[in-house]
Design a protein. Sequence first.
Length: 338
Amino acid sequence: MHRVAVLVRHGLVPLELGIVHQIFGRAFAPDGAPLYDVVTCAALPGQVPTDADFPITVTHGPEALAEADTVIVPATHPDETETEGRLGPELAAALARVRPGTRVASICTGAFVLAAAGWLDGLRATTHWKSAERFRRLFPRVELDTDVLYTDSGDVLTSAGEASGIDLCLHMVRRDHGAAVANDVARTTVVPPHREGGQAQFIPRPVMSRRETSTGAAREWALAHLDRPITLRELAAREAMSVRTFTRRFREETGLSPLRWLTQQRVARARELLEETDLPVDRVAAAAGFGTAVSLRQHLHDAIGVSPRAYRATFRGCQGDPVRSGVMAANPARMTPP
């Protein structure tokens, strides 16, 4: 069973701890066996204050990190890691127990811990948009992207604000065991299995005029016609907008450009077809709107780091196998203790 260790600190945001237990704890194999074992640990076990009016009691110490296959660091109130970009001695000693090759992830400002440990150097990462300026100042070697809900660099993943921890955890379940398992978890938790766009859509912006029209109808139409060529001009025309206005409104509403969003939807459709059908790769490419198997191969590799055949071999051949985890590493960066 894949073990997930959640490393909590003083001032923990309880929601983020609950997200990890809820998502991974609801993932089951077809025979009903749990796919993950989730434990909560702290650098010093015992009573850990939260940012609510109650503490939590943590029985596991840092030794749990040495036994984990995935380590997740949620946010806490700002400490020396977030304000000064350094790890305290107890936290550094705890993280030194993480084995090389362990998958590590952060929720919200937990990314400061991963960055202070040196695990994000040279990688693309994200954190809460309110902390972006401080993060860039403290960790200039990290490629910070605040336009996304989460990032995946193989063994190192990060997410934006609290709720995007749901998106990240569902993504890891999907990566480990396929869309069917992740969709079941999302259905049980009553959340969407995949949210569009990034956190740019949640950053405060000037209020739009009532005369301004949503781009939702164009997105809905595009999803129903992914198998055919779709141009930006065509999308804009469906909302009776100029291309320039449509592009601006689309980015305001989704946090993505129309073409980047469209590519993401095509990749998602291709993955679904590779997992759930036996269609030849060239027909999957056509149905997802990539046209050729070569184009599908390139886009799928850019998105998750593997070929269509390798993806299908993983998820058509080992659905629900709890041993096969972390196989979709887009950039298999390996961990070294801080």
